[in-house]
Ligand binder design. Structure first.
Ligand code: SAH
Length: 458
């Protein structure tokens, strides 16, 4: 076994040859790969072995022996510890370049597109790649006898106290502390994961990038909430931008943050934000991109790729609260959209109404069921836009899209690996991959979004 030549805690050194999609540097020692966080391709480093399996190992960075010219001082070392900013030691222009490279390699390796034919454009980045998140989901635990907010240490569920997350809207970080202090004052019990006891599991704060309107969600382990009214009152009194306070009940032992049941206890069920000049209502259980200004860049790229003339019948699959669908509707004949979360579909219909968009139909349910249904009803789409979750489209859905025979497919993706896999299927069926446009919605993290244009070969 290759791994037998190494021992735990052994000190090794080598050159970083690549970066994984999770942001770890790859170092090969006698051709055996080790993943080491906090490193940059091109660097020589030493590390101690922290994990060994048959095919690969992990290491803890010991010393940078030859630093990359792209290495910068970490803004916040806690951010490294909790994994929220695993690329912060890399200068931002290099982060963008590495993401472009990662997307290119992924389309080559998984999508099997040749590097000569593949056009992966330069990643579109932010001018100020900090304080961009419009949403915080902060776990709550007891630390040193006190209710504490922070984040889990990488690969564990130990809470590290954090007050400044650097990548979150500063007003959101501040609001979390105000809510924390109110909860301390009223003696709210923090959730204890091991015993599955206690009350407050997460504090979620979402803030409209353009409007400042704020929604607070308290995720509770049980429905009984001592001093509920006084706490809710104190929150909206102390935070005037709050327009909605929701209690969510997650009573199960689970890593899933939100439970199914929610109750609005103050204000509206939603808050509002703006995007591309339109207003959107966003409720507790609806998806909303966490980086508003870069999501606008992403959607504009999707519109550019769709290149509509005003008469097309367009599909927007995985439509959330209707952000992409409403933007498309302005340039299309008619838009059909579907989304699995019924509450998000309610929002989407309301969003169409408040923005005076009439040529769009929203349906609740799985995309995999609605597309064949529409197909059987004789509806044919000229252009198909998809924006699925990380697991991508899957083979069956790809085949129903192909059956539709659209001229253009615009694939918006948050996971290059599943996107490349699906694009390979489209390519096999006669679609040409025109280009891939990466957009950076998640600076300081290894995540990247892409817009892909596929066109039917004539
Ligand atoms: N286009 C939207 C949402 C993208 S996120 C936006 O940019 O805001 C992906 C969405 O797909 C989520 O809203 C999720 O609830 C939804 N979804 C997940 N699985 C689905 C399925 N099988 N069918 C339809 N929608 C699904």
């Amino acid at each position: 076994m290759a791994s037998k030549q190494f021992q735990m805690h052994q000190l090794l050194e080598g050159e970083v040859v690549d970066l994984t999609s999770r942001g770890s540097g790859v170092i090969r020692v006698n051709n055996f790969p080790f993943f080491v966080d906090g490193t940059i391709p091109g660097e020589k480093v030493s590390f101690t072995v922290s994990h060994l399996s048959r095919k690969y190992g992990s290491g803890d960075l010991k010393e940078v022996l030859q630093a990359s010219p792209h290495r910068v001082e970490a803004v916040d070392t806690i951010g490294q510890e909790i994994g929220t900013m695993s690329l912060q030691h890399i200068a931002y222009p290099e982060q963008l370049r590495l993401k472009q490279h990662l997307v290119e390699q992924t389309f080559h390796r998984i999508g099997r597109f040749s590097l000569e034919e593949l056009e992966v454009r330069e990643t579109l980045g932010m001018e100020n790649p900090w304080t961009y998140r419009n949403k915080a989901q902060v776990p709550v635990r007891q630390v040193k006898g006190q209710l504490t907010t922070g984040f889990f240490r990488r690969g564990s569920h130990d809470l590290v106290p954090v007050e400044n997350f650097y990548i979150q809207d500063e007003k959101i970080d501040a609001a979390v502390l105000v809510i924390r202090d109110i909860c301390r004052e009223f003696g709210v019990a923090s959730y204890n994961e091991k015993k599955h006891r206690g009350l407050l599991r997460h504090i979620i704060v979402k803030r409209g990038h353009y409007t400042g309107q704020t929604q607070v969600i308290l995720v509770l382990n049980q429905e009984e909430f001592p001093h509920q009214e006084k706490i809710v009152e104190a929150i909206h009194q102390s935070l005037p931008e709050v327009v909605s306070i929701v209690l969510n009940y997650q009573t199960r032992r689970s890593n899933v943050i939100l439970g199914r049941k929610s109750q609005v206890v103050w204000g509206e069920a939603f808050y509002q934000d703006q995007m591309l000049g339109m207003t959107f209502n966003i409720s507790a259980h609806s998806f909303y991109q966490v980086n508003t200004s870069q999501a606008e860049v992403l959607y504009q790229e999707a519109l550019k790729a769709a290149d509509l003339s005003g008469s097309e019948k367009v599909l927007d699959a995985y439509s959330g609260i209707g952000t992409i669908a409403l933007a498309l509707a302005k340039e299309a004949g008619e838009v059909y959209a579907m989304e699995i979360v019924p509450e998000a579909v309610d929002m989407a219909r309301e969003n169409a109404r408040i923005n005076d968009v009439e040529n769009v139909h929203f349906e609740a349910g799985p995309a995999e069921e609605w597309l064949p249904k529409w197909h059987d009803q004789g509806i044919r789409f000229d252009t198909v836009v998809v924006d699925p979750p990380r697991k991508g489209l899957g083979e069956e859905f790809v085949h129903t899209v192909i059956e539709q025979d659209p001229e253009r497919i615009v694939y918006v993706s948050c996971n290059p690996a599943t996107c490349a896999r699906d694009c390979h299927l489209f390519a096999d069926a006669g679609y040409q991959l025109k280009y891939v446009q990466p957009v950076d919605l998640f600076p300081q993290t290894p995540h990247v979004e892409c817009v892909v244009l596929l066109e039917k070969k004539s």
